[in-house]
Design a protein around this ligand. Structure first.
Ligand code: AHG
Ligand code: MN
Ligand code: MN
Ligand code: MN
Length: 322
């Protein structure tokens, strides 16, 4: 059997700035630590609610807090990290590293409602250049186009890390002895699909165009699309996006009329931007509405939300035209 490339060799071959390699190495190691807690579950006291509510007004699970602490502690101790921000923390955390070069933003535990039912969860990480070694919140509010790396880790049947530094997308599987081995060298999203992912229970709240698009899919081969569609919804964006990276599809968490001024559910800085970087690098599209690229959205608030319509390029165009 030929030896597989590991994450360290992949990063070395990309010839990245040394600080970025170090940041990504620390983030990947933190994901291995989070995986151990996810796998321990009830045995390590990782299930259930923490009793607190986060800045998004969500009930925090114990694992949200544990994963956040693991990533925060690891990254703040990394000398090239200038600061971190997280879905689970009210404000940004500047580090006092004089050599700080990078800002790291993360969703430490994505798919929190899956924790207690032993269904897939993940971690999402976005990396930006730090304008200064003493960053303010304004320094974090950079558009997604300025990301220098994005990754997610999926704690599923296998533990996988999927990474982009702007030169395609590579996937690594965690080996039993704890190494990230490349198993997916150049991930590409097929342009066409017959599979969509959306939380159908929100249907009555969607915009008319989303209603029309999904209705067209549901009519199947006899309807305007002329083909039968399948539906999937894991309720963890990491797992839904991973499926799209593996076999195509579209994922929607669209604007809906319940909270017109707080559009969508997903967070731009911790979910929208890093996943959009990965999806675009794999040849897919990632938009707010089928048209507007999420990576071009100018952030105005750290915890701002964004509608998400992403996946197979031709299908995202269908949604734009619906
Ligand atoms: P998080 O657990 O980080 O708060 O994110 C949950 C998100 C996302 O992962 C998923 O796609 C979506 O919420 C699921 O929402 P529903 O509960 O509405 O299905
Ligand atoms: Mn949450
Ligand atoms: Mn999330
Ligand atoms: Mn989360």
């Amino acid at each position: 059997m030929t030896a597989r490339t590991d994450l360290a060799a992949h990063l070395a071959a990309l010839d990245l700035p040394q600080g970025l390699t170090q940041t990504l190495t620390v983030a990947a190691a933190a994901c291995v630590d989070i995986k151990a807690v996810v796998a321990g579950g009830a045995l390590v006291g990782a299930l259930g609610a923490s009793g607190a509510v986060n800045v998004q007004d969500e009930e925090q699970k114990k694992l949200d807090v544990i994963a956040n602490d693991i990533l925060t502690d690891a990254l703040m101790a990394c000398p090239v990290v200038a600061g971190v921000a997280s879905e689970e923390m009210d404000t940004v955390h500047p580090a006092t590293n004089p050599a700080g070069e990078y800002l790291v933003l993360f969703d430490p535990l994505d798919g929190s409602s899956n924790i207690d039912i032993n269904a897939p969860v993940g971690t999402i990480v976005s990396v930006l250049k730090a304008p200064s070694a003493a960053p303010t919140e304004a320094d974090f509010l950079q558009s997604g186009r300025r990301q220098v790396a994005a990754l997610y880790c999926l704690y599923g049947g296998q533990t996988m890390l999927v990474l982009t530094t702007g030169r395609g997308v590579a996937g690594f599987t965690l080996s039993p002895d704890g190494c990230w081995l490349m198993t997916h060298e150049d991930i590409r999203i097929p342009a066409d699909t017959k599979e969509f992912a959306i939380n159908m229970s929100n249907q009555r709240h969607w915009a008319e165009s989303v209603q029309r698009y999904i209705d067209g899919c549901l009519q199947g081969a006899d309807g305007p699309r002329g083909k039968n569609f399948n539906m999937r919804w894991v309720a963890a964006m990491v797992a839904d996006v991973h499926r799209i990276l593996m076999r195509g599809g579209v994922f929607l968490y669209p604007w809906d009329k319940r909270e017109p001024n707080k559009p969508g559910k997903l967070r731009l800085m911790y979910e929208g931007n890093p996943m959009s970087f990965l999806v675009e690098q794999a040849g897919g599209k990632s938009t707010t509405d089928g048209k507007q690229a999420i990576l071009d959205v100018t952030p105005t608030e750290l915890h701002q939300r964004v509608p998400v319509v992403l996946g197979s390029a031709n299908e995202v165009d269908e949604i734009a035209a619906a």
